[in-house]
Write a protein that binds this ligand. Sequence first.
Ligand SMILES: Cc1cc2nc3c(=O)[nH]c(=O)nc-3n(C[C@H](O)[C@H](O)[C@H](O)COP(=O)(O)O)c2cc1C
Length: 172
Amino acid sequence: MMKDFLELAAERYSCRKFSDRPVENEKIQKIIKAASLAPTAKNGQPVFIVTVKSEEMRKKMKEASPCTFDAPVIFVMCGDVKNGWHDPYTGRSRAEMDVSIATTHMMLEAADLGLGSTWVCMMDLYKAHTILDLPEHIFPYCMLPVGYPAPDACPSERHASRKPLSELAKEV
Ligand SMILES: Cc1cc2nc3c(=O)[nH]c(=O)nc-3n(C[C@H](O)[C@H](O)[C@H](O)COP(=O)(O)O)c2cc1C
């Protein structure tokens, strides 16, 4: 049966412990497809994804972040800071917004596929840029380690802690 969106959003939690079970290629492609369906500013599509799968590269990524959680797949979420939309007020690339939306789509698609993930910002972006041998205009912003949750994986206490809606929003 199709899961209600709010049920999926509530069940998803930051998974920081993964099983060794490899993630099927079909699922990896579905997660990338979810990113491609995300909207981007003026349809500039600056999002670029590096799928880190090899043991060697996953090990190297540990030099850039303490939060890879030994996941079997790490999506490093990058933005093209040259070709995406630039804010006319500041002249700056706003690729970070587009990358965030794509990452959110991927995180939720992963959950829908029965996979765990954690959005990770704790990463030395310059080190990751070098490790992944990216061109200068493709800049990493965050990553999404993904895999099947370990049998004893569970949500942290923070998962259940949310502001009441009355503090989150107001109506005027
Ligand atoms: C933008 C962003 C950055 C995050 N960075 C990290 C991180 O670097 N390391 C980590 O373990 N969790 C990270 N998280 C996960 C949050 O700590 C987590 O989402 C929050 O505590 C709520 O818990 P939940 O995801 O289980 O609901 C990040 C989440 C977001 C949205």
